[in-house]
Design a protein around this ligand. Structure first.
Ligand code: ADP
Ligand code: MG
Ligand code: MG
Length: 879
């Protein structure tokens, strides 16, 4: 079989659609190569070879042979020879998985150098400093990636040398310095590893390929996969590519650019570069890079020379190429480039990571520019990413004591206690403490700490630094390159001006402005802009599934309507009972010893409920409002504290003992399967008749006030058709009586949340105007899994792949989903008019929404903030 794919001007075997086999980087290198773009030639060893290698920990003969053949092609394409001769070929060995895992795995540059080839390179380039700079870089990377030495050991030797020479930058070191450095490096490596640095380039190459394959399973790659749900059996490809040199002199450079602004999506070509530098220098934050053009400038680099000014020809070429790439890929690109002796090379392109706000703007603009269709634009955004847009920002009216300003690397506002180490961030977060991770700069080892933090602050690094890229991907606020702060992570302090901050002090970051603020500043909810409205209108145009919201009060209802809710799918009336001035009346009702006493207590609650319903009807004017009658067991409303019991005894004028006995009597061992839902309605019909009276009166009064009301009255926890038919009769009679001769339209239906109800849906449907699937309880009762306690072992179930995911988060389509589908079909057969929706947490989860669309439900209902997510997911389900 085929393990190796070449890419070069002469011969390219892969393309952009082969990401699974070639990895994202390899597939795109092949694609760019076949488009005729300036890409150094090379070859990709496939992900399948990685999996094969993982099994046997060795390379099979086919792989070896194919690598050697591909290597010859690179030699003939470049006219250089690997491992000898007077024009030595050097390679970069680069990892590349299916999806980009920025900085998660390792790269080795300048491979093929040894004491002989370095001399040849020096002679050929007529640049001794360059040759030895490349050699010391190679040894540094190789020792770390392949020989497993810590980064810091050789790095600190370099730092010491710079200090001894009194220079602040690598560019000020000369050939002699690098020659010495190489000697010292080799000694340290021999001491530390007990091995000699390998001199045979072929051996260097194989060990490097092996190391990249091995790096797929290093701890930080595993952590990244966990955080991003990437399967462990995908493997990584290895790209072996001819080196081009950005470190050959002042007519050389290396850089990273985005075809649009990744923070806000504006159509601005945007990027950073370094003269006379190589590879990771730009992203590692070792030297702070310069802007490539005027619009990439920020406050701290305003005076620096742009690439456009410094190398106008190469810049013009880069401009031409980025436009081609964007049109070709139909998306914003993140491009890595290197300029060798004024000649531009592209080393990587991929769809750029971006904030949700940027993603939205880019999708809308690309459609307007005719690059993508509406459908393609809608598919560009992960519905979950909209979450970020709906997130808090700083209250503009709050006073803020700005202590420093860095780069606005990832928008959003976050406040918390300062921590200086990632593991502290993780452990404090686990204890419920909000933290801000403050670092000199971040590295891939900080991933878990960044995920745990509210926001991230770094003292060094640019807009494309590790911290910035990762934070944007996570949707976390980040202020990067804030050079005014002095971070001393060893002593856990941060100094700004003459003030010292210690671990545990509160700060607030505004990732949209780069401000670092003392203390905890209040935040405000997000605003919806014109792009958002336009994009969501496309989603609404395409989707067929309606989206409602779960809201229990007028304020939440208003928020949801603002986010595009088309009705309320679930209004839980019991939440209205817990308000302090109402709970006493509720308890009086529970402890009543006669129907008439119970009715007396319920009468007190009626006006409250009526007002709440009127508020909700008003917010939803003309849209359906599904109101669920009382559902939880009475047990949940009982007083627990002695004080509360005394208060209640006094309120209803009985002995404390009576209350205590009552509590005992009402206690249930398994209340969630107990005296609740329609079972309360059957045993205490006066509760439901009071609620229905309140609904009817609220509706009539609202109609008089000019509000269009469409109530749907929902009876919970029905198991049998009989329960529903009994209650329907009672409630219809109540409504008829309350409304007298007034016009009033309503629907009466049920929740399907017990397996028995789903199985007998045909019978139940003859008494119902609608079904609403309560998939939280339906999941609990179908699995026999307590939703309040299952967390303890569910995580283990998921990590051991017993279950593919948490069934309370993403609907179990085979089991619970089957019941939903079955009941919908049965219900519709028995009652053609029946209206069907879902109101569990699943109503806001994209995969579950896709399922609901496929089985033909009428609507999903979810929490207000998830309404836009559901609207987009419903549109994507159609496309
Ligand atoms: P990552 O996946 O971490 O971005 P890459 O494989 O893209 O790692 O390599 C990192 C950097 O190394 C690149 O951005 C580029 O600057 C440099 N690099 C990689 N390949 C080459 C090459 N063939 N010639 C010159 N520089 C290279
Ligand atoms: Mg890269
Ligand atoms: Mg329920």
């Amino acid at each position: 079989s085929k393990w190796v794919y070449s890419f070069s001007k002469e011969k390219t075997e892969g393309n952009k659609d082969m990401k699974n086999l070639l990895g994202g980087k390899g597939a795109n290198l092949a694609e760019m190569s076949s488009l005729g773009l300036p890409v150094p030639p090379g070859f990709t060893v496939t992900t399948e070879a990685c999996i094969d290698y993982q099994k046997t920990k060795s390379f099979n003969d086919d792989i070896k042979k194919q690598v050697e053949e591909a290597l010859k092609l690179v030699e003939s394409s470049t006219g250089k020879t690997f491992g000898g001769g007077d024009n030595p070929l050097l390679f970069s060995v680069r990892s590349g998985a299916r999806v980009s895992m920025p900085g998660m795995m390792d790269t080795v540059l300048n491979l093929g150098l040894n004491d002989e080839t370095v001399e040849a390179l020096s002679k050929k380039s007529d640049n001794e400093r360059f040759a030895w700079d490349s050699y010391r870089r190679f040894i540094q990377m190789y020792a770390n990636v392949v020989m497993g030495m810590s980064h810091s050991l050789l790095e600190s030797t370099l730092e010491d040398l710079k200090e001894a020479k009194g220079v602040d930058s690598d560019t000020k070191l000369d050939a002699k310095d690098f020659k010495n450095l190489v000697k010292v490096y080799k000694q340290i490596i021999a001491q530390e590893t007990g091995k000699k640095f390998p001199t045979d380039p072929m051996e260097q190459l194989w060990l490097a390929i092996e190391a990249v394959f091995g790096s797929w399973d290093n701890p930080r790659a595993i952590k990244y996969r966990q955080l991003n749900g990437i399967p462990g059996d995908w493997g990584t490809a290895v790209n072996v590519q001819a080196m081009v040199f950005g470190n050959m002199g002042d007519d050389c450079a290396t850089g990273v650019c985005f075809t649009r602004d990744p923070s806000n999506g504006e159509k601005k070509f945007f990027g950073e570069y370094l003269v006379n530098a190589q590879g990771e220098d730009v992203v590692a934050g070792i030297r702070t890079p310069a802007p490539i053009n005027e619009c990439s400038k920020n406050d701290s680099n305003r005076s620096e020379k742009t690439l456009e000014e410094y190398m106008p020809k190469a810049f013009a070429e880069l401009t031409d190429l980025y436009q081609q790439l964007e049109k070709h890929y139909k998306d914003m690109q993140d491009i890595e480039f290197t300029i060798e002796a004024n000649k531009l090379y592209l080393l990587q392109t991929r769809n750029g990571k971006r904030t949700a706000a940027a993603a939205l703007k880019i999708a809308v603009n690309l459609e307007e520019e005719g690059i993508v269709t509406k459908e393609e634009a809608l598919m560009q955004i992960d519905p979950e990413a909209l979450n970020q847009l709906l997130h808090p920002r700083l209250d503009p009216d709050a006073t803020k004591n700005i202590i420093a300003k860095g780069l606005p690397a990832s928008p959003g506002a976050g406040a918390g206690k300062i921590v200086f180490h990632s593991d502290d961030a993780t452990s404090m977060h686990e204890n419920g403490v909000k933290v801000i991770l403050v670092r000199q700069e971040t590295s891939p080892e900080d991933i878990a700490g960044m995920a745990a933090a509210q926001a991230i602050l770094t003292a060094r690094g640019g807009m494309t630094s590790h911290a910035a890229v990762v934070a944007r991907g996570m949707g976390k606020p980040c202020v990067a390159g804030c050079s005014e702060i002095l971070v001393d992570s060893k002593n856990r302090t941060m100094i700004v001006g003459d003030k010292k901050y210690v671990e545990g002090d509160f700060i607030t970051l505004d990732g949209g402005t780069g401000e670092v603020i003392e203390g905890e500043v209040p935040t405000l909810d997000a605003e919806i802009n014109a792009d958002f409205a336009k994009f969501m209108a496309w989603a609404d145009e395409i989707r067929t599934l309606r989206v409602r919201t779960n809201a229990d009060n007028p304020e939440d209802s208003e928020t949801a309507v603002k986010f595009g809710a088309e009705g309320i799918g679930l209004c839980r009336t019991e939440h209205m009972f817990f308000e302090p001035e109402r709970i006493l009346a509720v308890r009086e009702m529970i402890f009543a010893d006669s129907t008439s006493h119970r009715e007396k207590a319920l009468k007190k609650l009626l006006p409250y409920q009526k007002e709440d319903f009127k508020g909700i009807f008003k917010a939803l004017d003309g849209k359906p409002v599904n109101i669920r009658l009382l559902d939880p067991p009475l047990h949940e409303f009982l007083p627990h504290e002695l004080e509360d019991k005394k208060e209640l005894a006094e309120y209803i004028d009985v002995e404390l003992k009576t209350i205590e006995e009552g509590c005992e009597r009402l206690h249930e061992f398994n209340p969630m399967l107990g005296h609740r839902g329609c079972r309360l309605g059957i045993t205490y019909p006066e509760i439901y008749t009071m609620q229905v009276t309140a609904i009817t009166q609220a509706a009539l009064e609202s109609i008089d006030e000019g509000v269009d009301v469409r109530p749907e009255i929902m009876i919970p926890l029905v198991a049998t058709a009989k329960e529903l038919s009994i209650l329907r009769e009672i409630l219809v009679a109540t409504i008829e009586q309350v409304r007298g001769d007034k016009e009033f339209n309503y629907k009466l239906g049920t929740m399907i949340e017990l397996p028995r109800a789903a199985i007998t849906a045909a019978d139940i449907a003859t008494h119902a105007d609608f079904f609403s699937f309560g998939t939280n309880d339906l999941t609990q009762t179908t699995f026999g899994l307590s939703r309040d306690d299952a967390g303890r072992f569910l995580t283990e179930y998921i990590s051991k792949s017993v279950l593919p995911s948490d069934p309370f988060v993403s609907l179990d389509q085979e089991g619970v989903g089957y019941l939903v589908k079955f009941a919908t079909e049965q219900g519709r057969n028995a009652n053609k008019e029946i209206h069907v929706g879902i109101c569990g947490e699943h109503g806001g989860e994209p995969k579950s929404i896709d399922f609901c669309h496929r089985i033909g439900l009428d609507y999903v209902s979810c929490s207000p903030y998830r309404v836009p997510i559901a609207r987009l997911a419903a549109a994507q389900a159609v496309i």
